[in-house]
Design a protein around this ligand. Structure first.
Ligand code: AMP
Length: 433
């Protein structure tokens, strides 16, 4: 019997994998430009990391975690997001004492959420994200948003849609929650089961509800701006004025509250809709947070960060034709002509690889037609054709599979011959990356 993949997971193969790696690589380079270095935290954490860090009122912790008891009866969880784990790592590794502040870390890897699978929503998906900790200022928040926007520009996005909001400081949120509680208490009977729970745990979460009828009710709920403390308001406007200085366009969206409990002050999302009009949901979500490091027993240290979903970015980029140049093809397909050339072709292939050219040879004697079909399937740029006669003369035929031009090359100067042919064909140094 065939065994299916686990619902909500998917295999990423060949071209798709190359595209995902490319996105990861561009985002990593952007983060490094902004002074971030990489952290590779474990996939598995004690459940408490998320119940304390991500927060008990978030949908993630309430119902989406892959949690199980290990063989030592400890409750462990496959990370549903990275921020709580990174905060745990900063405390357990005492990174706050050894690394210079602000601590700037980026990460990427799989995250797991037991959600209803649909377009752009999986149970295992890949995130890239950054955390900047230890500098509590509107400038730090603005720099993080600039990085997010810059990363999308480096990927080739022309128009991303940045949404921002502030959910204020503790005092703001306390007053605002009370106002929301009073408002929603009058409507809760008409609202979904989740909203009943949200009303008890954190009424701000109701603003995030995806049920259409509930969204209509939420549209008339009190707005946060009336409850913002002076400090939060000033901080928000300072960040926005920095974005203005850099010409970053944004939309203020006061229904944006973000689904995780640790956020405070500014929160943001980046959306992009592909040319077909398909909305894959937010590509990026982030914001400022306080208290997280203290919750794990570390010092007071505020942070700001964001995470993006690689699959969603890839879907939009595919639609926008921004990934066409990401190639999985070979540089060379080495073709032995006749049994007697097999060993020579094997050696030549290995020699080409050691020179930095990706190369394949069939390791079997095939007809010329099959060899060319295979080269085409492997998207090879050049064929290197080798018969017994060529071996005896120390040469091979190098054929450009795009232009079909062919020339004889000397095997004693393979490196120079290949470099010259790749340069002449306009491939430059890219084959050596
Ligand atoms: P969050 O950690 O919820 O702020 O999500 C950050 C980003 O991860 C989102 O903007 C999405 O791009 C992506 N993401 C979140 N959940 C999923 C999911 N279930 N499947 C695919 N991507 C997701």
């Amino acid at each position: 019997m065939e065994i299916a993949s686990v619902k909500g997971t998917h295999d990423v193969v060949g071209q798709e994998a190359a595209e995902e790696r490319y996105i990861e690589m561009v985002m990593s380079s952007a983060a490094e430009l902004y002074g971030y270095s990489e952290i590779i935290p474990p996939v598995l954490e004690y459940t408490e990391v998320f119940s304390r860090g991500t927060g008990g009122s978030s949908d993630i912790v309430r119902k989406e975690m892959y949690t199980f008891l290990d063989k030592g009866d400890r409750s462990v969880t496959l990370r549903p997001e990275f921020t709580a784990g990174v905060a745990r790592a900063i405390v357990s590794g005492k990174l706050y004492a050894t690394l210079d502040t602000p601590i700037k870390l980026y990460y990427h890897g799989p995250a797991f959420r037991y959600e209803r699978p649909q377009l752009g929503r999986y149970r295992q998906f890949n995130q890239f994200g950054v955390e900047c900790l230890g500098q509590d200022s509107p400038e730090a928040d603005a720099e993080c948003i600039l990085l997010a926007v810059q990363s999308f520009q480096m990927l080739g996005f022309k128009n991303v849609h940045l949404k921002v909001n502030t959910i204020g400081d503790e005092e703001t949120r306390k007053n605002y929650r009370e106002a929301l509680k009073a408002y929603f208490a009058g409507h809760i009977e008409e609202m979904c089961g989740d909203c009943h729970e949200r009303l008890e745990l954190n009424p701000m979460r109701i603003l995030d509800c995806k049920v259409e009828a509930d969204q209509k009710i939420a549209a008339d709920a009190p707005r946060i701006d009336k409850y913002l403390s002076k400090g939060s308001e000033e901080r928000y406007f300072k960040t926005l004025s920095i974005l203005n200085d850099f010409g970053i366009e944004y939309e203020k969206d006061d229904s944006l509250v973000r689904g995780l409990d640790y956020y405070s002050e500014i929160v943001f999302e980046i959306h992009a809709v592909g040319p077909s009009g398909t909305d894959y949901g937010a590509l990026c979500g982030g914001g400022h947070y306080g208290g997280l490091i203290e919750q794990f027993g570390g010092p007071e240290m505020a942070g700001v960060g964001f995470a993006v979903g690689l699959e969603r970015i890839q879907s939009v980029m595919k639609e926008e034709n921004l990934l066409g140049f990401v190639e999985t093809g070979l540089d060379l397909y080495v073709m032995p002509v006749g049994e007697g050339a097999l060993e020579g072709a094997f050696q030549l292939t290995e020699q080409a690889r050691l020179l930095g050219f990706s190369a394949e040879t069939p390791l079997a004697s095939l007809k010329m037609g099959s060899l060319f079909k295979k080269a085409e399937k492997r998207k090879a740029k050049f064929a290197l054709i080798l018969g017994e006669d060529e071996i005896a003369k120390g040469v091979a035929q190098l054929k450009n599979l795009q232009t079909k031009e062919q020339k004889e090359i000397k095997l004693s100067s393979l490196d120079q011959e290949l470099d010259a042919a790749f340069d002449a064909a306009g491939y430059g140094e890219e084959h050596k990356e």
